[in-house]
Design a protein around this ligand. Structure first.
Ligand code: PMP
Length: 397
């Protein structure tokens, strides 16, 4: 038996997708020209699938901060903070996040994935119960597994289903931690946090919100969906990433719990991996300052999100959720989704092809994500490519 034999099903599926054109999982960005433009396959392409919500990847202050930090502190930290020490930059960034989020404490992690692993596996243990929204990101499920806690999945964005499941538990489990996201990355829908909080209070549980896609994007100050819904004080733990609105790579967790810091001594994905690099910490700090200083970023992001959403709805395409910076178009099956994704790319528009098992409920999606850096003309250009696609899909139906 070959060691890769268990993946023959995946290999066969990859061949079917490849046969339809360019391999969607091996797209090469030959040059990145700006937050919204790249050269792919020799062609200048509009990027409409980056998670670069605020377009800060080329922000001069962020680029300069990263370069200066590399010169001053070197290219890497070469170890974990527990074993190899904390840089002033780590602490300063944690303090900057805590101030930005108006929270007592923050811990930074090497990626958003690790933030979820560390927080969930650190907060919950074998005697606890995790109640997890069914649409949660892989990093949440992996964190649950690492925790050893009992895991109960409830229906996506359904506080009544959560309530039912908590009632059935009748006090079982030492601690009960409810885990949801702010903005869901596939369909682009938002958690009804106020309703979840009612349920949490009724059952004496804690609430963890992953604001990976909503930090910098929702709320008057960009603190996320909890801020937008006016419920921050009832959210016990927040997780987030530097890899989307902040334009870098890394993650954070924040809380008002006076014991939050204990995670540094018990969360393995914090203790046993190298800490974020000087460049990452410096650019992220500059990005935080930029978000705090410039409300125009949020305004431009939402103008573009509404523009794209309205245009796709007008074309009669199956848009999954109300306007948000993630606008996902549903296609009937995998074959048509791959075909449509190819058509867009060849026409100079890059979106994300999202297929099961990476999507909820077996959805086949063309996932678009909007940036504050998009010019309205770029959104119009993308919409005219979608219009051609809509005509072709209708003709083929
Ligand atoms: N949480 C959610 C909801 C995500 O979508 C992602 C990544 N797409 C992560 C966490 C992990 O973030 P990172 O890419 O920084 O590891």
């Amino acid at each position: 038996m070959g060691i890769f034999d268990k993946y023959r099903g995946i290999a066969a599926r990859r061949e079917v997708v490849r046969a339809l054109g360019i391999d969607p999982f091996a797209v090469r960005l030959e040059q990145v020209l700006s937050p919204t433009r790249a050269v792919i396959d020799g062609r200048e392409t509009i990027l409409l699938g980056t998670n670069n919500y605020l377009g800060l990847t080329f922000e001069p202050a962020c680029v300069e901060a990263a370069c200066a930090a590399s010169r001053r502190f070197g290219t890497g930290t070469t170890g974990s903070r527990i074993a190899n020490g904390t840089y002033g930059l780590h602490r300063e960034l944690e303090e900057a996040f805590a101030r930005f989020l108006n929270r007592r404490a923050c811990i930074v992690f090497t990626t958003g994935y690790q933030a979820n692993l560390a927080m969930l596996a650190g907060l919950a243990g074998p005697r606890d119960i995790l109640l997890v929204d069914a649409d949660s990101h892989a990093s949440i499920w992996d964190g649950c597994r690492l925790s050893g806690a009992k895991v109960i999945r409830f229906r996506h964005n359904d506080p009544e289903d959560l309530d039912r499941r908590l009632r059935r538990l009748a006090g079982e489990g030492e601690c009960r931690l409810i885990v949801v996201e702010g903005l869901y990355s596939m369909r682009g829908d938002v958690a009804p946090l106020r309703d979840f909080i009612e349920v949490k209070k009724r059952h004496d549980a804690h609430l963890f919100v992953d604001e990976a896609h909503s930090f910098g994007v929702y709320g008057a100050n960009g603190r996320g969906v909890a801020e937008a819904q006016g419920v921050e004080k009832d959210v016990d733990f927040i997780a987030g990433t530097f890899s989307k609105s902040l334009g870098a790579v890394g993650g954070f967790g924040a809380s008002d719990d006076p014991d939050f810091d204990l995670l540094r001594y018990c969360a393995r994905p914090y203790m046993f991996t190298a800490s974020p690099s000087p460049a990452t910490m410096a650019s992220t700090r500059a990005a935080l300052e930029r978000i705090a200083a410039d409300r125009g970023l949020l305004a431009r992001l939402w103008r573009n999100a509404r523009h794209l959403h309205a245009g796709l709805v007008d074309l009669g395409l199956g848009v999954c959720a109300p306007p948000s910076p993630v606008v996902a178009v549903r296609l009937p099956d995998e074959r048509s989704a791959v075909w449509a994704w190819n058509r867009l790319l060849v026409a100079g528009v890059y979106v994300n092809l999202a297929l099961p098992p990476g999507t909820p409920e077996g959805l086949c999606l063309l996932r678009c994500s909007v940036s504050a850096a998009h010019e309205p003309a770029e959104i119009d250009a993308a919409l005219s490519r979608f219009a051609e696609l809509a005509r072709e899909l209708r003709a083929a139906a």
